[in-house]
Design a protein around this ligand. Structure first.
Ligand SMILES: [Zn+2]
Ligand SMILES: [Zn+2]
Ligand SMILES: [Zn+2]
Length: 221
């Protein structure tokens, strides 16, 4: 990754050790505070009234465009679902994990099927595709079709999807532009090759790779 890309990315996602830190960073209040601090440092505007107006309108634009419909905070990683709704990667993952756990819960009391695996093994949300492949084996041992477990509703419109959400590149660009134009920093073109969090939904979807590894028939989504 070039340092330019790193700079561009760092506006949204400064390198952080864990997802909860990322989530905390996406609060719009912090973004706004950051903008204000940066602006105070770098401001070339001399009219304090104009200065305040610029801050206010930029903050309003950021808030209107970049708020997550689930947590209402500023989105650091906007992901779009098949239905067209966009939300934070962290929020979506949390919603999907809860759904999967609820469905897996129906397997909990089928004691005989646990003969093929440890009782707790079929009650854990997979964090990687490898863990998902193992879980698929458990689900099949219970006589259930994995395709009925790993399917997700949009938390906004309830539309069902078997395809993982993808980075909302358009919105990311708009938000980057807003931040960039306001901060008055020169930041080179934002790269579309740069994917924020490739593994955001790992372990939750029956992708082609997961189906191949687990011997499931891949239904082209
Ligand atoms: Zn959110
Ligand atoms: Zn089981
Ligand atoms: Zn939707």
């Amino acid at each position: 990754m070039s340092s330019n890309k790193a700079t561009s990315r760092s506006l949204f996602l400064q390198s952080s050790p864990n997802r909860s830190a990322v989530s905390a960073m996406c609060r719009e209040t912090e973004v706004i505070d950051d903008i204000r601090t940066q602006h105070t440092k770098a401001s070339k505007l001399e009219d304090p009234h104009l200065d305040a107006t610029v801050v206010q309108s930029t903050c309003q634009a950021l808030h209107a465009t970049g708020s997550c419909p689930i947590c209402m905070y500023f989105m650091s990683e906007p992901y779009i679902l098949e239905c067209g709704h966009t939300a934070c990667a962290t929020c979506l993952r949390r919603v999907f994990e809860r759904l999967v756990l609820k469905r897996l819960g129906t397997l909990r009391f089928e004691s005989q099927s646990h003969d093929y695996h440890d009782q707790g093994e079929c009650q854990v949300v997979p964090k990687t595709d490898e863990e998902l492949v193992d879980l698929i084996g458990c689900v099949e041992a219970h006589g259930m079709n994995p395709a009925d477990i790993f399917i997700y509703e949009c938390p906004i419109c309830r539309n069902e999807s078997r395809r993982p959400p993808v980075v909302n590149v358009g919105l990311t660009d708009v938000l980057m532009d807003l931040l960039r134009s306001y901060k008055g920093q020169y930041i080179p073109e934002y790269s579309r090759e740069l994917k924020l969090g490739d593994s955001a939904f790992q372990g939750l979807f029956l992708t082609q790779g997961v189906c191949e590894a687990s011997g499931l028939k891949f239904r082209d989504m």
